[in-house]
Design a protein. Structure first.
Length: 260
């Protein structure tokens, strides 16, 4: 690792340790999270992360598709189930894609499927899941993505939700770790809840990914966003640029405008 890069990452970790210590339930280890970051500090962090080897540069791309399955999400769940096949068709042009479904519902249930290689397989998994009342568990999703990419690199996380009821500093710390691991997070928000938007934008920014909002009255917007994220997961930035330039995909252009 170049000395300059090592020094930048060292300073980031040092700053993070100055923040609060938050432990995962049933885990005695603590994760250091920053109290706050200036735009300059975040820019330096993203520059450092960008110089690290990209995740998943060989073979098929790997994407984790995470969904809030609490009771308010029934309509979005139905739409996502019906359109997720578009992710695979878009990704096929860029080398193919393996997708893992992660969802949470209730107050302690957060589960992950195996990685699947086709829309029919993913649709079959989603059809077996019913939404249920509960609270957000985004922290558990981010921790899971970190565990997965440490085993086998994951190029992208796609999260679809409408709320955030957790500590933003904890989520920011985990997002910073994902950024260093080379995982881009794409967060797509239904509606305009301001607390959720702040959190989703921060997570996307710290990973070098992107944020977008959509409305259920125009489901094609979600389809386009999922397809664009899938193109990135399958073929990296070049694939996303191809979707934006050659195919005129507005969603791909929107993601690129935020990505670092």
């Amino acid at each position: 690792m170049p000395l300059r890069l090592a020094h930048t990452i060292y300073k980031l970790i040092k700053n993070m340790r100055a923040g609060s210590q938050v432990g995962q339930p049933k885990d005695k280890r603590a994760v250091a999270v920053p109290k706050s970051s200036t735009k300059s500090e975040i820019d330096h962090f993203l520059e450092a992360a960008a110089k690290l080897p990209a995740a998943g540069d060989s073979g098929r791309g790997r994407l984790i598709f995470a969904l809030d399955a609490t009771m308010s999400r029934q309509a979005t769940w139905d739409i996502a189930q019906s359109v997720q096949g578009r992710m695979f068709s878009t990704a096929a042009a860029h080398g193919g894609l393996d997708v893992q479904l992660v969802y949470y519902r209730g107050f302690s249930e957060c589960k992950a499927s195996r990685f699947v290689a086709g829309g029919q397989n993913l649709a079959a998994l989603m059809s077996k899941i019913a939404v249920g009342a509960g609270e957000t568990q985004i922290e558990r999703v981010l921790r899971h993505v970190l565990e997965e990419t440490r085993k086998t690199p994951v190029r992208a996380l796609v999260f679809v939700g409408d709320a955030m009821e957790e500590r933003l500093d904890v989520l920011a710390g985990l997002a910073a770790e994902l950024g260093l691991a080379g995982v881009k997070a794409f967060l797509f928000q239904e509606g305009r809840d301001r607390i959720a938007e702040q959190a989703f934008r921060k997570i996307a920014q710290l990973t070098g990914g992107a944020y977008a909002a959509f409305d259920l009255s125009a489901p094609e917007r979600l389809v386009e966003l999922l397809s664009a994220a899938a193109a990135y997961a399958a073929g990296g930035r070049l694939a996303l640029e191809f979707e934006a330039r050659a195919r005129g995909a507005a969603a791909a252009d929107h993601l690129l405008s935020q990505m670092r």
